[in-house]
Design a protein around this ligand. Sequence first.
Ligand code: ADP
Ligand code: MG
Length: 231
Amino acid sequence: MKMTNQLLSQASKEGRKSLLETEAKVICAEYGIPVTKFELAKTEDEAVELAEKIGFPVVLKIVSPGIVHKSDVGGVAVGLKDAKSVREAFKQILASVKKHNPRASIVGMLVQEMAPASTEVIVGAIKDLQFGPALMFGLGGIFVEVLKDVTFRIAPVSEDEAREMITEVRAYPLLRGYRNVPPADVDAIVKIILNTSKLVVEHPEIKELDLNPIMVYKKGAKTVDARIILE
Ligand code: ADP
Ligand code: MG
């Protein structure tokens, strides 16, 4: 995969251990993992232009090689409905990031399509010292963070294994729909797990990968945040 090879070797040439969200998402997209539409803005005016092109509401996110957890430094603003809120958020994010991390080098601001809220899942990959890359699956938020309701398989993962991963977490019934929430597109999650498996198997230089969260819909799914850490 051309873009993936290029981005991974460029990062390692520059001595960077973590990829920017923009880079991680280009790689995901090349591997058939659906991601939110995004553009990189260098200035406030450009952010407004790009927001108009993508369509409101949009999300703004800081892009900086030194910042891995963007919301921890006030680097994310969601639900921006018009040009005025984009301008305000642009200034606010920069101020907050500079306050938390005065020396952070800033590449720009990601202007991103706002994915409608839905059931959130997480797909990840880590490296086991003995078995090599392993895939992780869980439902987002409290299910992973508080209940540790996650499951793992050694890569490469087969389609049956991917389906098993989804159905064996305790929170699985939530994906089958309840009350006024329609069933989630499990096939779309299966595809994401399989494509992530292919990506980490073909690129052993990836130490960790984190698609967190992925919004899953009645039809389709969309990765809202992607992180890739290199060896
Ligand atoms: P962090 O680096 O802090 O993990 P994220 O990109 O995950 O930053 O953004 C934080 C939160 O903002 C996400 O967990 C999600 O709830 C929300 N969010 C981010 N991007 C989008 C988007 N494009 N559409 C909808 N919600 C988003
Ligand atoms: Mg995130």
